[in-house]
Design a protein. Sequence first.
Length: 487
Amino acid sequence: MADPKGFLNHGREVAESRPVEERTKDWNEVYVPGSLLPIISKQAGRCMDCGIPFCHNGCPLGNLIPEWNDYAYRGDWAAASERLHATNNFPEFTGRLCPAPCESACVLGINQPPVTIKNVEVSIIDKAWENGDVAPRIPERLSGRTVAVIGSGPAGLAAAQQLTRAGHTVAVYERADRVGGLLRYGIPEFKMEKRHINRRIEQMRAEGTRFRTGVEIGRDLRATDLKKRYDAIVIAAGSTTARDLPVPGRELKGVHQAMEYLPLANKVQEGDYVVSPISAEGKHVVVIGGGDTGADCVGTAHRQGAASVTQLEIMARPNDERHPVDQPWPTFPILYKVTSAHEEGGERIYSASTTHFEGDEDGNVQWLHLAEVEFVDGRPVPKPGSERRIPAQLVTLAMGFTGTDRENGLVDQFGLELDERGNIARDADFQTNVPGVFVAGDAGRGQSLIVWAIAEGRSAARGVDRHLMGAGDLPAPIRPTDRALTA
């Protein structure tokens, strides 16, 4: 146990954010560098040795949270890093991007603010990099077996690293020009600076993983040809088919999917553009969708100098606190969340549905018409007389994703079966209906969290290892059918 009275003597403190007027003028991470270290020992000491740590249940990776909290409290950063990496390949990603279902399941959270697990995690891994405790783990011997991983998001990277360390020769194929998937081009720089991805890729290269960028399986290379080259394949291509909004005016210029808008802003930070081809500068921006991707669009628009930013959500405004009956502990509750992007300004409108877009004589969007809605039998119904219009010169659609890409031919060329939700079907070992072809991450699970993606990659790697070798000891934290605990 860390501090037996830590949760009694110390309240919850989180990372300090830089002032809004400062951080919206750059693309650096929003937190004050080094602000966590002075408080993290006390925060880790709030972990209460609860006997049955439900944080393990909240985290699909099964992170050994009480153990590394104890080491962080004592300042044993090397031991804390070892325990952290025992279950998580990329804690610097999850420590910055995961919404922390582990904290929602924290036992202390029953009647107090929970332990700042996410902040402790990112402090440990940042300190590990600083101290040189993160080194390549090169396999002692090679198996002689080859594996192709399609996609370099968190699921693909986790699967590739696990299989490389097991001695297999692994090549990761990425259709973009850089490795990282949505970590690279979907997550804004102010949420996670891409240097964190870059040094992990260098670690993986040193371990033996090979990367092939600018190659889209199905278009640039047929899936059948890939299968002939490798002993096994892991599809970790994500759930990239964006949900659209089929309303009048959708075809107007200035209405874009979020994943058309966000990657271009990231490419500016990579040096590919001086100014984004889709910029919010001087424009009235409307973001349709109230989730994390929508918040990313809000923060990006602020930094590009938008005249105004409005975010629409069709659902009602969530509660500020957990409802003890509808969302009881230790489930992951849906609560009203103020992200760093929302702190920076803009308006949020709930219970609103877009009816149509209005443009000018040149076909550019100028107005968005919306109506207030109420739910009847689970379906949104517009309230009579509630329609109004708001200025909209740039609209981003951030309404989630409906399945893996079917247009590039990957699914059909492999002959893969899909489940009822449009995801690639798999068995208990994460293997598809095609022998030797496995699937991990959102392509098989559907749109989910980064922590589930890494858990999927690790678990699929075990299935591949057993398929290639007949046996194996790689860990598998989840089954394909596992889901987050809900009420």
